[in-house]
Ligand binder design. Sequence first.
Ligand code: ZN
Ligand code: ZN
Length: 573
Amino acid sequence: MTIIESILRRCTAITHVKQLQAQMITSGIFQNCPSRTKLVELCAVSPAGNLDYACDLFRQIEEPVTNDWNAIIRDLAQSEQPKQAIGWYLAMIRWPHRPDALTCSFALKSYARVLALIEGKQIHAQLVRFGFEADVRLQTTVLDLYAKCGDLDCVEQVFDEMPLRDVTTWNALVTGLAQGSRPRDALALFSRMRLKGARPNEITVIGALSACSQLGTLKEGEAVRSYMCEEGLDTNLRVCNALIDMYAKCGSIDGALDVFCSMGTRSRVTWNTIIMALAMHGRGPHAVELFTQIRPTGVEPDAVTYLAVLCACNHAGLVDDGLRLFNDMTGSGVAPNIKHYGCIVDLLGRAGRLDEAYSIIISMHLPPDIVLWQSLLGACKTYKNVELAECASQQLSAMGSNSDGDYVLMSNVYAAHERWDDVGRVREAMKSNDVRKVPGFSFIEMNGVIHKFVNGDHGHSDWKEIYGMLDEIGFRIKAFGYLPRTDFVLHDIGEEEKENALFYHSEKLAVAYGLVRTESGAPIQVIKNLRICGDCHDVIKLVSKIYDREIVVRDRSRFHRFTDGSCSCGDYW
Ligand code: ZN
Ligand code: ZN
């Protein structure tokens, strides 16, 4: 480490960096290549550094060389602003010095991060022109770009042309695809790897397990696990944590608990994962019980652990435990962030303790966000509290939230008090404000194919069968005393229309498709991007009884396992 490096690493404020730079200027070494490049490079990563200042430093360099460019492009490529890295790269190639292999790899990484396939391909072409194509690390970066952008044909082409391949290259791909939210492609690649005789290692397995978690496909997750056993791959801590997560997200909390219990050593991540898993499955008391076991093992709970256990309390309505843990948290020096506040406000709100929820919001040391006010508004709807609902709704519009859900809740609060003028006013506001609707969708996987549904969807090739099934369901559940929960739609349409709007919700379509296409008695699993609505919840409970099916719906925040007419959440979510 040079003197400059060691001084820079000790800089704790940007003024120190500036002093150092002034020193370098007066002693005449600022324009010397290695020192100034180091200054630019380290400026971004040192505790005091910042990227804007690094960019300023760069601009003061009279004759930048490739290394200077690389320093700044690398810093930006790793930062929150990969687009800026691209801008600097484009500026560089207009200069007389050409990029080297490093520059190309930083540019490729930036393009991969913003998923710019075409521009990435251009750099790939440049690599060939500059003669860098034999560099295995660069090839891996190119593969990663194609994988993240989902161009599997290019992936295979590059891979087949690679002179040297190692397990790292693969790994990068499977993990890249899983992280790039292309879980289906990640799994396809994982099986292709196995067919071609490559031996995936622990990192690949974790990538594949994470893909299964995203898809919620237990069968494939278990296949990855048995493959690991067959190959005698190490089941170390990280693999076990990934297994717990996979089982939990694929609906098998028992599988997750089995893995957890079999583990000799448990890290904080292990505890966090299992407590979050129990939370998602509505096992509040069990989560609280496990939480008490953490400290005796020598692990200190962190903000994530507290969030997990507070979520568990929230999903199970454990108000007293939740409040106790929230206080315990602040007492142990873990500062609550906006998500912890979100949990506790939601917990109090659902329990009808609206005033307490409100006083927590207004006494927070952070500015409350939209989610907090929305959960208070939701609670006001349940408990028909006009005054607080109006307050929450005003805050929401002041914060620029313009979601259809807010308007529906507000109008429902007024409707509950038969204040029809106000209902009309909300409806008008909704029309004139061009309200943003978050599109709800649900999907179900059948033999490796994902079928996605939006509300009132007629786009599926089997839509006639699906709607036929929904008619049958509608007919049969009425005999069980089903009444449509029309308060889940706006009060501005006729009763019959409301029932129709409800009856074609995406989760109902997905469940109906499951009933049509799977063998009788087979479990049905559906994933929804938003919270499941109350009416769908009622209907699916009845469907599980009438058709004798286990139906699992994973929504934005948790699992609902419906069997024999009831749900694992105990109707509390
Ligand atoms: Zn619904
Ligand atoms: Zn439920």
